[in-house]
Design a protein around this ligand. Sequence first.
Ligand SMILES: Nc1nc2c(ncn2[C@@H]2O[C@H](COP(=O)(O)OP(=O)(O)OP(=O)(O)O)[C@@H](O)[C@H]2O)c(=O)[nH]1
Length: 215
Amino acid sequence: MPAAPATFGLLLAGGLARRMGGGDKPLRTIAGRSILAHVIERLAPQCDGLLLNANGDPARFAAYHLPVVADDVPGFAGPLAGILAGLDWLAANRPGADWLVSVAADTPFIPSNLVMRLHAARVAGNVPLACAASDGRTHPVIGLWPTSLRDDLRHALTVEDERKVGHWAARHGVVAVEWPAAPVDPFFNANQPGDLAEAERLHALLGPDRGRARG
Ligand SMILES: Nc1nc2c(ncn2[C@@H]2O[C@H](COP(=O)(O)OP(=O)(O)OP(=O)(O)O)[C@@H](O)[C@H]2O)c(=O)[nH]1
């Protein structure tokens, strides 16, 4: 397979985290480090650069030294608004890079072969988009997006009021790429306070290599 095209990683942290009781889920800690630090460690080696999508004061993420982009579409329109903000940033700041991989920034165990497998699957499937799946469930928020679709996405969000990532992706053609969910689902995410204890347990289960070669 040819090398994957230049791909930037978009860490989605723009939600309201209502089930967690508010605040920034990615700044909650697992094994003494923020969930965001775990995600960065796993995604950075797979990408040509990273950016963070977050709303409100960007200074709270200053320690990570990443570009921070806020939603342009108002009113917490959901992750599609974050994907659009990321695609707009990429088109304006990295003209040679046409691909974004989005990852929810509360998903600490993403696989080390995420970007490679998503690109390979969309090429093999002859479809423009690819997203992750595990345990028989698709994770549309964890997917590959080309900058060429950003005007279509803007129209879907602002004119058609589309809010569902999966619905919008399906219009264009998307392949779901399955990862094994055992011993640890790589797309486990922390939604509520009890999930943090479960994340600690799973982190310990992964052991020293933290499941790097799985899937
Ligand atoms: N940019 C942006 N991202 C969002 C928005 N809503 C959710 N997300 C992101 O989409 C991903 C999945 O979000 P959810 O877990 O469904 O929502 P959440 O806001 O994180 O949490 P809840 O309020 O408890 O549902 C996370 O990475 C969120 O940060 C939004 O309005 N804007």
